[in-house]
Design a protein around this ligand. Structure first.
Ligand SMILES: N[C@@H](CCC(=O)N[C@@H](CS)C(=O)NCC(=O)O)C(=O)O
Length: 209
């Protein structure tokens, strides 16, 4: 079968360590779509990665539709899963919940940059980038601590899943960040969210930093 031949159901390419892909994998579970989308593990940064024939970006998540069209970017994939019939729908339609989702994406993007920097050989790291992202993460986490105290992130939606994924990433793959310190409400929120099946079934491997 060629890479773009029609397949019986959409395929979600992921890597187990990716917090972005994890958002979509948890969305499948929370939205009742596990029987409608096949999950396919892929390597990354590998010329032989099974994902590459579908997406030149080589990033996960990537949702390959039945006709071979490939959707990349977490938010676009969530939007498609909503169209496929996710219940509940994951992308909110009110501004406050969209803002809550965007805030967490800002944290996740910053931590991805910070983590990538730390994975370089020591002499290639940029102290100024690390300092900038450390401050950014701290600032956003402080805002999230306040938001959680005001009962935000209670409904299962994109913001909830993204917050679960980013804190889960910090717990297992970016442990250099002591995000719980001084943020008891966020810690309690995460401990509760961690009990969901969707979380337990998508745990990333413990890794390094
Ligand atoms: N903006 C993208 C980010 C996705 C992303 O950066 N995924 C990482 C894994 S966490 C990736 O696939 N990296 C592959 C690479 O850097 O080559 C999204 O929202 O989905």
């Amino acid at each position: 079968m060629s890479a773009n031949a029609p397949t019986p159901m959409p395929r979600l390419f992921y890597s187990a360590g990716s917090p972005y892909a994890r958002i979509c994998r948890m969305a499948l579970r929370e939205g009742g779509l596990t029987g409608r989308v096949q999950e396919v593990a892929t390597t990354l940064r590998d010329p032989a990665a099974p994902l590459l024939p579908h997406s030149p970006a080589g990033r996960v998540p990537a949702l390959v539709l039945e006709d071979g069209t490939t959707l990349t970017e977490t938010t676009l994939v969530l939007e498609w899963l909503d169209r496929l019939g996710s219940r509940p729908a994951m992308l909110p339609d009110d501004a406050m919940s969209l803002a809550a989702y965007g805030r967490v994406l800002g944290l996740l993007d910053g931590i991805a940059v910070w983590n990538r920097e730390l994975r370089r050989p020591v002499h290639e790291r940029s102290p100024s980038v690390i300092a900038l992202e450390t401050v950014r993460a701290s600032r956003i986490a402080d805002a999230l601590e306040g938001a959680v105290q005001r009962a935000a992130y209670q409904r299962i939606d994109a913001g909830y899943l993204a917050l679960t994924a980013v804190l889960g990433y910090a717990e297992r793959r970016h442990t250099v960040w002591a995000w719980r310190e001084g943020r008891p409400s966020l810690g309690a929120w995460f401990d509760l969210a961690s009990q969901r099946d969707a979380f337990g079934e998508t745990l990333p491997p413990v890794g390094g930093i």
